[in-house]
Write a protein that binds this ligand. Structure first.
Ligand SMILES: Cc1cc2nc3c(=O)[nH]c(=O)nc-3n(C[C@H](O)[C@H](O)[C@H](O)COP(=O)(O)OP(=O)(O)OC[C@H]3O[C@@H](n4cnc5c(N)ncnc54)[C@H](O)[C@@H]3O)c2cc1C
Length: 410
């Protein structure tokens, strides 16, 4: 009898699952439900290449020239899933109840709004293709831009907007941008990249009020100052898209809870992956929701393999990884720093010039690193993390990769 996999969410997690299922020999039905009225596309370029105009919409397509048919997928854009029944094994979408043998939840996240203020033409977030299209048009019209939130997506939008000639200010409530992800010290270091490229950075201040005017927006900050802008870009975090699962008995707590194979324990045949999933690593005790592209791809592979062969072993956790591109510099993070970790910034001399790597850890154990403009160092850091190497080993291996000794900056 033919089986059916229903994938809810047609972004990188969902599409990679479909691709991997086909690659591994799944010949039965695959239905892909997408909330957006678009063919599947990749999200990282939205704040970078697409905004800058260095890539086209066709180039960020996830399906390639063959479209849905190339993989024999029953793709249904503009058809959000609205409910699931784990007893009947059905998903409701577009007025239909679709039976599944396997259900893959890949519905991602959506941006938080500023004080509950709905986004409009001049107060925007960048999450979907239509957001990037609209922002690109607004940027062409000029006018100062305020970016609220010094996270990576906001910082990338700031970088792209500066490259297009906009006057850009970032407002961050913490003492340094990126502090939540990399800590204040490394955040402060990365802040200089923005200042050197003409971005104004206001830290330690929040937004008290946003007022729409005839030609833009006036923002009042917690220090009493007011700032006029043509566009306000809001990048203050996200919320998982799980409301459609309400009442389904699929466990949700800031994301869909899964085991290390991305399976939802309480519901047979149900998996969750990518930004919406809060999974536990093999052998670990902490559930984490990870909003990084590589995590969605790795989890898609794990799920496809489990569906094809439920006895296949769950792989050991790979080193967590994400990248960001700002002002022509690649910023890459491997591992996961804990609050109690200390961090040392080290400068390595390479044939391509001096490169900075922040190395995090505790009592000599390596926890994470952030490489600034040195992509070649990442394979070394990933392999060191996966082997459980010490900080001394990581530094020695990076020194070998560069042309000699390194200098501590902190
Ligand atoms: C602007 C931007 C830049 C980024 N840059 C980087 C980067 O440089 N490096 C990095 O590591 N990561 C980056 N990321 C994060 C990365 O893109 C995400 O981790 C990745 O897209 C997660 O994929 P996903 O499939 O889990 O979820 P998403 O990409 O969020 O996709 C989920 C999809 O599900 C759809 N959906 C929601 N509800 C329903 C429903 N009920 N029914 C059907 N469909 C539904 C949504 O419309 C969406 O299309 C960036 C993200 C953004 C937005």
């Amino acid at each position: 009898m033919r089986e059916r996999a229903v994938i809810v969410g047609s972004s990188v997690g969902g599409i990679r699952t479909a691709q991997e299922l086909r690659r591994l020999g799944f010949e039965d039905d695959i239905v892909v439900l997408g909330a957006e009225d678009e063919l599947p596309y990749d999200k990282p370029p939205l704040s970078k290449q697409l905004l800058l105009g260095t890539q086209t919409e066709d180039q960020i397509s996830l399906l390639g020239a063959g479209g849905w048919d190339g993989l024999q997928l029953d793709g249904r854009p503009g058809t959000p899933a609205t409910a699931v029944d784990i007893d009947e094994r059905t998903v409701t979408a577009g007025g239909e109840e679709i039976e599944y043998d396997y259900l893959i939840i890949a519905t991602g996240v959506r941006p938080r709004t500023l004080g509950g203020l709905a986004t409009n033409e001049s107060v925007v977030s960048v999450r979907e293709l239509r957001d990037a299209r609209a922002l690109r048009q607004r940027l062409a019209g000029g006018g100062p831009m305020l970016v609220v939130g010094g996270g990576f997506i906001g910082a990338e939008v700031a970088s792209s907007a500066r490259a297009l000639g906009a006057d850009v200010t970032i407002i961050e409530a913490l003492e340094a941008p990126f502090a939540r992800a990399v800590g204040a010290e490394v955040g402060g270091h990365l802040a200089s990249l923005h200042r050197d490229n003409g971005v104004k950075l206001l830290t330690g201040v929040g937004v008290d009020a946003v007022k729409q005017t005839s030609d833009g927006v006036v923002v009042r900050l917690s220090d009493g100052t007011t700032h006029e802008a043509g566009t306000v870009v809001v990048g203050i975090g996200t919320m998982p898209n799980t409301e459609w699962l309400d009442g389904s008995r699929i466990p949700v707590d800031n994301g869909v809870l899964t085991d290390a194979s991305c399976a939802v324990q309480a519901a047979e045949g149900v998996y969750a992956i990518g930004d919406v999933a809060r999974s536990i690593d093999k052998g670990a005790t902490v559930y984490r929701r990870v909003e990084h592209w590589t995590n969605a791809v790795e989890q898609a592979h794990i799920v496809a393999k489990q569906i094809i062969d439920p006895t296949s072993p769950v792989p050991d956790a790979r080193a967590p990884y994400f990248w960001s591109d700002q002002f022509g510099t690649k910023i890459q993070m491997v591992g996961r720093p804990a609050e109690s970790d200390s961090v040392e910034l080290r400068r390595f001399l390479t044939p391509a010039g001096e490169k900075t790597v922040a190395i995090y850890g505790l009592r000599g154990a390596f926890a994470a690193c952030v490489a600034i403009g040195w992509p070649r160092s990442i394979a070394t850091c990933r392999s060191a993390w996966e082997r459980g190497a010490s900080i001394d080993h990581v530094v020695a291996e990076l020194e070998t990769l560069s042309s000699g000794a390194s200098v501590g900056l902190t």
